[in-house]
Design a binder for this molecule. Structure first.
Ligand code: 3PY
Ligand code: MG
Length: 246
């Protein structure tokens, strides 16, 4: 399901959850996003919150991903066992690190995931290594200059389904402020989708606004994460107050 949505060639719009709580996650999913990401790296959630949020999203037909806190097989496997259809793995800087992330997502012989599908197998009678390996999405985050310099090696790693760009960390690693829009930053990120396409890998990116989402879509990215629940809430509240106080 997630694979079909992300692989369909059309822009797939993701909702991003950093506010703990199954209800906010359900509200985001019901808003009509194509996929939802529960962000355990920078969101204010721990493992128990993550499970509840996966359950909240599962009340809808929208597939969920989890951004794990780091490239850590323990967290990757916990997220997948708890029901995430895929993971987004931060700060993957080399083909070796990409192979470690991809291997954690799949059972042998393709990877080294340990068997224990506690929640993900509920109600899926044919759940097994083969089905799980075929369905899972491993998105590795390329968000440093050293990672981008090795993009062609990273996309060639077996089991890397998507490259997901973190524009803020990438800007910081270039020596710019996180939200910078320097021409060199933009030029380098615009080159990513063609490299991904040449290896059949999905190109994804975090977008701080709908304007940026349109820009990156036009540059060829198809996995577009829109601003987080917190940003949407704060923007809507601020705009309403500005209107009322004008
Ligand atoms: C970044 O921009 O660095 C991100 O990780 C976005 O989620
Ligand atoms: Mg980042």
């Amino acid at each position: 399901m997630l694979r079909e949505i992300l692989d369909g060639g059309k822009a797939a719009l993701g909702g991003w959850c950093v506010v703990p709580g199954s209800f906010t996650a359900e509200v985001m999913a019901r808003a009509g996003f194509d996929w939802i990401c529960i962000d355990i790296q920078h969101g204010l959630m721990g493992q128990q919150d993550m499970v509840g949020m996966l359950q909240g999203v599962a009340a809808t037909a929208v597939p969920s991903m989890v951004r794990v806190p780091w490239n850590d097989p323990g967290w990757i496997m916990k997220a997948l066992d708890a029901g995430a259809a895929g993971v987004i793995v931060p700060m993957v800087n080399s083909p070796e690190e990409a192979a470690a992330a991809a291997g954690a997502c799949r059972y042998p012989p393709e990877g080294y995931r340990s068997w224990g599908p506690t929640r993900v197998s509920l109600g899926v009678p044919d759940y097994g290594p083969e089905l799980a390996n075929r369905s899972v999405i491993c998105a590795v985050m390329v968000e440093t200059v050293s990672a981008l310099d090795r993009l062609d090696e990273i996309v060639a790693v077996k089991g890397v389904d998507a490259v997901f760009i973190g524009p803020s960390d990438f800007a910081v690693s270039m020596g710019f402020p996180p939200r910078s829009d320097e021409p060199e930053h933009r030029r380098r990120l615009e080159a990513v989708p063609a490299v991904c396409r040449s290896h059949g890998v999905i190109a994804g990116i975090a977008c701080g606004s709908s304007e940026l989402a349109a820009r990156w879509r036009d540059a060829g990215y198809t996995m577009l994460a829109l601003p987080s629940d917190m940003v949407l809430l704060r923007r809507a509240a601020t705009e309403m107050l500005d209107t009322m106080r004008r």
